[in-house]
Every structure is written in structure tokens, then in C-alpha cells.
Ligand binder design. Sequence first.
Ligand SMILES: [Zn+2]
Length: 282
Amino acid sequence: MPVIGTRQSPIHLVAEQALPLADPAALMTIRYGARESFTGRFAKLETDHPILAIDDPGRASVRFRDIDWKLLQVHIHTESEHVVGNDDPHDFEIHLVHVPYIAAESERADKKRKDKKGTHAGCAGPNCQTLVYPEAPPKLVIGILYRLLEARESTGETTGGLRQLAAQLSPKPAPAAGKKGKPADAADEDCGHGDHVPPESVNIAPYHFFPMLEPKKADLVNWYHYEGSLTGPPYSEDVSWFVMRDPARISEGTLECLDLFAAQHARELQAIDRRLVVRSFS
Ligand SMILES: [Zn+2]
């Protein structure tokens, strides 16, 4: 039976109520590189939420509290969970889920043992596997909010990493998708329907999921941080949250395409209670 306490997520983040940090980089640094990519496969957790499980990256992507964290999985909420400032909820929120680099290794070995026993059943489709986590490691989740582009805006402004992912999910992916760094712009085409099986393996470039600080430079430094929970069962309060201050942009075609493969509903806002929220910006 899950225990739901007073540190639940998501929450409403307001700059005026968050404490600015004097040296945010000493607390947390995001180390995704512009040319870095990861392979992953669609899978389902025990909770039945579809996720993109990342193949062991073999390297850390985040440093937090002097611990290295690596990317474990990525999933999407259509309609954002966190709310930033006085804004309405955004159209889309991506969660990059990280676990401590060392702890994840033993967990992986444990999963392998379980797979041998054939316990990864319960999920339809040839490319589906169920991940079983016997003991939940602490998690660090980076939340990135997205705002839909207006029709008159260029679809070229869609965050490149998402366009690249959506292009790979099309029934006929563009040949260059995920290979040459320049994302294909196929996302606004028909990207398949319910019966379309996603490719066995997809390639993602998390750096290009983030909002832009300036042209060609992602914003990895402006964030809110608080301690909270998973936003789905078992709602365990073992998540260090980092939510990016500014939204990135997504086109309607890209959103619809990603929604088909990774839809998760947004949980309602939870009380902040007596928690401290900090921010990296002044
Ligand atoms: Zn989530």
C-alpha cells in the first residue's frame, strides 16, 4: 500500500516564493552535450505507463549533491504537471528520469536475473518489455515544459530533439533521422495510428529537448529545485525535482505524434506544505 505523505508532486513553482541559490552549479550541473545521443526502447512500467527505457548509457549526465546520476528513462505527459509562474499549465512536459550511477548498475544486474526467469511479461507488442525494480533507488527528474507553437510560427522552431524523436516514430522515418545531428522535419506528417508499432530502438539527444538560451545554445542552467515524489503510483517521496524555468517549443504535429506512443495524463497540483523550493537564477 503506497504511503502518500506531505512531499508530493507536481507543485506550482513561483519565483518569488523560491529561494535563489548563491552557487547553483555547486548543487547541480546538467552535463548533456550538444552532440550526445542515447538509444532507448519503448517499455511499460508495472504501472502500465509507457516510457522510453534508455539502454545503459555507461556515463553520467548530471552531478547533484556530489553524486553522479545517469539517464534511466524518459516519458511524456500531455499537458504539463508542474505549473511555473502565473501561467496556465503548459501543453506538454517531458521527464528525464535519472538514478545514481553506481546504484543503477546493481539494479541492472538484478533486472537481468529477473529477465532470465521470464518475468518481463504483461505488455503487448513485439518491442515491449516490462521493467521491474525490486528496490526503488532515489531518482532525480528533470522536468521540461513545452508550449505549442502558434500556427503562424515556423515549425522549424520546434525543439530539435523532439522533432528528431517524432520523425523516428513515423511509419516511414526520414532516412537521416537521428544520424547526422540535423533533425528531420517529418513530424508534421502522418506519424502513425494506434496499431503502428514503434521501431525497436530509437535515438534521442536530450540536450536538444531543453529550451534555448540563445540560438544553438540550450538552457541547462535556469531551474527550480525541490524534493518531491513520483507523480504516478506508488507516489514514493524519493524524487529530487529540477524543473526548467522556461518552456521549450513544440509543434502540434510533433506533439500529436509523441502523444501516440508515450501519453501519460498529468496529475493535479499538490500542496507545497512546508517544503523549501530553490531556484538557480536571481
Ligand atoms: Zn512523469
